[in-house]
Design a binder for this molecule. Structure first.
Ligand code: MV4
Length: 469
């Protein structure tokens, strides 16, 4: 096992990684920016190194400063968390060149899955279902017209360097194709330094269902079931759950098999996620593969009782998976609500600042992953995720009840949060019945009436902070 691990991240995920290290008996090094001096990850790590100013480009994204911090502290491995450098193949390469273990997949896997057009081609060759579209990147307009003629409209134009919803265009008719391709290419060049684009048939109102996989350095692979992440706003996930209420058991089995095929095609090592689009007819298609630990990983941990971050560390240190696919079991139902420091009444605008009161819910089946505390000042420079409220029940109805109860206990004062959004979501018939698609959260936010609120549902009272004398 590693003698010391450096955590190249901040916020709740840095705390989550420190917890896994502590249980494994591995000492930790926190890195932090000048804006994060008062952060809990700095307090909870065994050692800490200030690596620069608040701007991510001069701290959490600066590979040279991070490698220097690892060298001066004698860390042997780096856990990148999510975001920042977690899917940066060059950073993974640099770690290797400096004799440090990057806790994640190989640089080659990161690179191959980071190129979304190559990922699509790789999955097609492996026999993973994909939507009709181009084979690899499109060299020019002529080829784009030929593909569009073959598959028919509407189509989606996507950037090879994009992902997560960035650099996409829907094209509904041939007359718009040229202008939309040029716009997509220009935007992709500016955003990713790569103008390459590809085309897929557009799937209207899909669900987003992703499978967690784990692979070790011997080449053994398991999947740990799915997470339904259909409740999103502008490509930001808000609520996740497992099992997905949108797929039946045969589909679940076929998707699990496809996820393993996808992971095997790139000899996947570490924790990864295979994302699928699911149509109203139950057909599913590969969308992207994420080569990092994800924000929503606790959903899978609650379902399977497997500690994903510990598994990442054990796998990176050369340990084989200690179990096979048939030993993976799933229990009950898990819901996760992302509590962001954002104002849902004002377009989810970030709401940084000092938290004046903070009380987290508890009780049976309730987990809160957060770096928040009373008097903590949320800096304005980073992601606004403040907490993840995860509830586990025997059934979906059981976790819906528990989630409503727990949200009612959550007190955050001094900043706005997404808690009211979640309370509203939980009161809709669409969410409660499990019949929703990727347009639902935005339609809910744009409507005051058209989406039904069941009269039978008694809203939970909202907790009020006690006066502190
Ligand atoms: C699509 C699609 C429909 N058809 N591709 C959005 C994120 C990125 N990973 C791919 N995305 C989509 N790709 C085809 N061919 C619809 C989306 C999409 C979406 C997907 C998952 C969850 C929410 C979404 C919201 C809008 C669009």
């Amino acid at each position: 096992m590693f003698k010391k691990i450096l955590i190249a991240n901040r916020g709740e995920i840095a705390l989550r990684i420190i917890r896994a290290c502590r249980e494994l008996g591995v000492p930790t090094v926190a890195i932090y920016s000048e804006a994060d001096r008062e952060s809990l990850h700095v307090r909870f790590a065994d050692e800490e190194v200030c690596i620069g100013p608040a701007a991510p480009s001069q701290s959490y994204l600066d590979a040279r400063r991070i490698i220097a911090a690892a060298e001066v502290t004698g860390a042997e491995a780096i856990h990148p968390g999510y975001g920042f450098l977690s899917e940066n193949a060059e950073f993974a390469d640099i770690c290797g060149a400096c004799g440090l273990t990057f806790i994640g997949p190989t640089p080659d896997t990161i690179r191959r899955m980071g190129d979304k057009s190559e990922a699509r081609r790789t999955m097609k060759e492996a026999g993973v279902p994909i939507l009709p579209g181009s084979d690899g990147p499109l060299p020019g307009l002529r080829e784009a017209i030929a593909v569009a003629d073959r598959i028919g409209f509407p189509i989606m134009i996507k950037a090879s360097g994009g992902g997560g919803g960035r650099g996409m265009r829907i094209c509904r008719e041939p007359g718009d194709l040229e202008k939309l391709i040029l716009a997509a290419q220009g935007e992709a060049q500016a955003a990713f330094g790569n103008s390459e684009i590809y085309i897929e048939k557009y799937l209207d109102r899909p669900r987003h269902v992703e499978f967690q996989v784990l692979g070790d350095s011997r080449g053994d692979l398991v999947h740990l079931g799915e997470r339904d992440c259909t409740i999103q706003r502008r490509h930001q996930k808000l609520m996740e759950e497992s099992p997905s209420p949108g797929i039946d058991e045969p589909t679940r089995r076929r998707m699990g098999g496809a996820a393993l095929l996808a992971a095997d095609a790139v000899a996947y090592r570490s924790a990864g996620t295979v994302e699928f689009l699911v149509g109203a007819d139950g057909q599913f298609y590969f969308m992207e593969m994420n080569t990092r630990i994800q924000v929503e990983h606790p959903v899978t941990e609650e379902q399977t009782d497997i500690d994903l971050v510990k598994q990442q560390i054990l796998i990176a240190s050369g340990e084989p998976l200690g179990f096979t696919q048939s030993q993976v079991t799933f229990s009950g139902h898990t819901l996760e609500a992302r509590i962001n420091a954002e104002d849902p009444d004002h377009d989810f605008r970030p709401s940084p600042g000092r938290i004046t009161s903070f009380h987290v819910p508890g009780g049976h089946g309730v987990r809160v992953d957060t770096h928040g505390y009373a008097q903590y000042a949320i800096p304005p420079y980073y992601d606004s995720l403040l907490a993840k409220l995860i509830v586990h029940g025997k059934t979906r109805d059981g976790s819906l009840t528990k989630m409503r109860r727990a949200l009612g206990e959550f007190i955050v004062e001094g900043v706005k949060t997404t808690i009211p959004f979640h309370q509203r979501l939980l009161d809709t018939e669409e969410f409660r019945s499990g019949r929703f698609d990727t347009t639902f959260a935005e339609r809910l936010l744009n409507s005051r009436s058209e989406i039904s609120l069941p009269v039978s549902v008694v809203p939970a009272p909202h907790a009020v902070a006690p006066e502190i004398i």
